[in-house]
Design a binder for this molecule. Sequence first.
Ligand code: FES
Ligand code: FES
Length: 163
Amino acid sequence: MPETSIACTVNGQQVKRTVPDHRLCRDFLREDLLLTGTKAACEDGMCGSCSVHLDGQVVKSCLLLAVELDGRSVTTIEGLASRELHPVQQAFIDNFGFQCGFCTPGFIMTVAALVRDSPDLTADQVREALVGNICRCTGYTRIVQSCLDAARRTAAVPAPGHG
Ligand code: FES
Ligand code: FES
């Protein structure tokens, strides 16, 4: 089985591993690095539960190979907060946007990049931006409210850089 050595940054830490060439980034994060906040909820890029930041941009880690991480920087839900919760995490708590463990980490990662890049959002823009993240059960009202609140909070503080 072909393998490749990679060196990348994950949540601010240098990581060096040898991985099978076919290993998914999602499985590398969850199973090799035990960062299980990134969820595996579909197998085909449809649900957004596996969303992480790659060099600051949202990607679905089930559509990425671990070997593609070489030389790059990944942030997972575990790496989003610093000493305090990330404003998006706090906004989800305060607006009851935390609904279940399968979809919430992916929503948070998508929203964190969204409000970082576009803090002045309407509800329609939020719904459009979240089209790649699926809630299978509860609905989106609280999630959209959380995102709008997160945008307000993000606009009120200096940008911390790519998260
Ligand atoms: S697990 Fe990646 S999009 Fe569903
Ligand atoms: S799938 Fe998580 S709340 Fe619906």
